[in-house]
Design a protein around this ligand. Structure first.
Ligand SMILES: Nc1ncnc2c1ncn2[C@@H]1O[C@H](COP(=O)(O)OP(=O)(O)O)[C@@H](O)[C@H]1O
Ligand SMILES: [Mg+2]
Length: 440
């Protein structure tokens, strides 16, 4: 069967006639004049591969992801060595602009076969039948899938990825993430802190950084363009001194409407690199796991919660932070339930923060454990962090970490305890309970 292909680029005329003369393995079904036209044609299911000649600079990680989601592989023709390396870094097959038609047809066939072998979304979604899941069934398209392949040339992953996540309502995700990372650094680990919260990035503010750079968005952009290597990664990271050692930081987006810059596939590449240069990578996540994009019936649309979901899929540890009060606890229970559905591979460590008797009565720790035992999921509470407004405020005011501004505070000690042990809670199923019953 002949492979239907799309073409784009000024040089297209030359090779199209060459391919047509082969009367064989590939058939040019549309010669596109611009990228938007090619993307639209790809989404309509017209083709299995796309050949881009000359105008390859428009090919970035986002474009490749969209084409691959539509099960269209990409071959790029360029005579520029630097551009060829960039494209290959994005996982694109390349050839010279003067490539012979037979060789080009072979490249196209290989790229299509490779895309199939990688498990295009149709297979990844788990159905045995071939279909365009991304277009026909947005809900399935939003199911977690395997991490994007790491472009060649990246270092092997080593560092542990710790996602700090939790429901809405400011339970203290950033407080825990920042101080956890600081404790790891102080313990002699190469630590990297990443702000991937697409709703309220605040790591820069916590660390007193006058940061307009949105380092994480910058790194994602470079990953998208295929130019993020180890050296570039080191340059993008901010360095913060913490008690004589260095904490590397990728600050978050400076305005919430910039969330589209944290494309999940690019973020995955950044995190993979991060693991190659750090012993532990702590990621401050957004709260929402909602798949509200399902309603849009546009599976190609950027996903606001895609960044959070991808981090949770990739994480070795998920620290789930909830507020220890009558509002925060039911929210955490519900959020853990959502997590179980959205990212079944994640095993969350429950951390209750801002523990105080004023909110739950005398002996707050015992009260909380008892309430969790009765109404919470079958998952032990990993840590209870005391409410310590004086320490928390002093740290914020000074733009410093608790380790420096309140080293003897109970809150700092509790977070240090969380950093100090190997927290791999055994994975157990959730017991479903009606949230209405969760009361103190
Ligand atoms: N254990 C705690 N005791 C007192 N205040 C806290 C504690 N943890 C966090 N806070 C404060 O709560 C507010 C929200 O914390 P933050 O970490 O920004 O939450 P999130 O990242 O979940 O939105 C901040 O003012 C922070 O200083
Ligand atoms: Mg936060």
């Amino acid at each position: 069967m002949s492979l239907p292909v799309l073409t784009l680029g000024t040089a297209a005329a030359d090779f199209v006639s060459g391919l047509e003369r082969l009367h064989g393995p590939v058939t040019v079904v549309r010669r596109c004049t611009e990228l938007a036209e090619m993307l639209a044609a790809a989404q309509s299911g017209l083709a299995r591969a796309a050949i881009v000649a000359g105008q390859t600079q428009d090919l970035d990680g986002g474009v490749v992801e969209r084409l691959h989601s539509a099960e269209v592989s990409v071959v790029a023709l360029t005579d520029d060595d630097g551009e060829r390396r960039r494209l290959e870094g994005l996982g694109i097959r390349t050839g010279a602009e003067s490539v012979e038609p037979e060789a080009l047809a072979a490249l196209v066939a290989e790229s299509a076969a490779q895309l199939q072998g990688l498990g295009a979304p149709a297979q990844a979604a788990g159905s045995g039948t071939q279909r365009l899941v991304g277009l026909a069934d947005p809900a399935r398209a939003l199911q977690p899938r395997d991490a994007d392949p790491v472009p060649p040339g990246l270092p092997a992953a080593q560092g542990e990825l710790v996602a700090v996540w939790g429901p809405a309502g400011a339970p203290g995700r950033t407080t825990v993430a920042v101080n956890l990372a600081a404790e790891f650094a102080a313990a002699g680990q190469r630590a990297l802190l990443v702000d991937a919260d697409t709703y309220g990035a605040s790591v820069a503010a916590f660390l007193g950084l006058l940061d307009e750079s949105a380092a994480l968005a910058h790194a994602c952009r470079m990953a998208d363009q295929g130019v993020l290597d180890r050296e570039a990664f080191e340059r993008v990271c901010l360095k913060v001194a913490v008690t004589g050692t260095t904490l590397r930081v990728l600050t978050g987006i400076t305005r919430v409407d910039r969330w589209t810059e944290l494309r999940p596939a690019a973020l995955a590449t950044v995190l993979e690199l991060a693991r190659g240069v750090a012993d532990v990578v702590v990621v401050d996540c957004g709260f929402s796991l909602e798949h509200d994009e399902e309603l849009s019936f546009d599976s190609m649309a950027p996903r606001r919660n895609g960044a959070t979901l991808r981090v949770l899929e990739l994480a070795d540890r998920v620290v789930a932070v909830g507020s220890a009060d009558a509002v925060g606890l039911p929210r955490l229970v519900r959020a853990l339930d959502e997590l179980e559905h959205a990212v079944p591979s994640a095993s969350a460590e429950v951390v209750l923060n801002k523990v105080r008797s004023a909110a739950v009565g005398a002996r707050p720790e015992a009260q909380l454990r008892e309430a969790w035992e009765r109404f919470g999921p079958v998952r032990e509470i990993r840590a209870l962090l005391p409410a310590d407004p004086a320490a928390a405020d002093a740290a914020l005011l000074g733009g410093s970490v608790l380790l420096e501004s309140a080293p003897n505070s109970a809150l700092r000690h509790a977070i240090a305890g969380l950093a100090g042990s190997q927290l791999q809670a055994p994975r157990r199923g959730l017991r479903r309970r009606a949230l209405a019953k969760v009361k103190f």
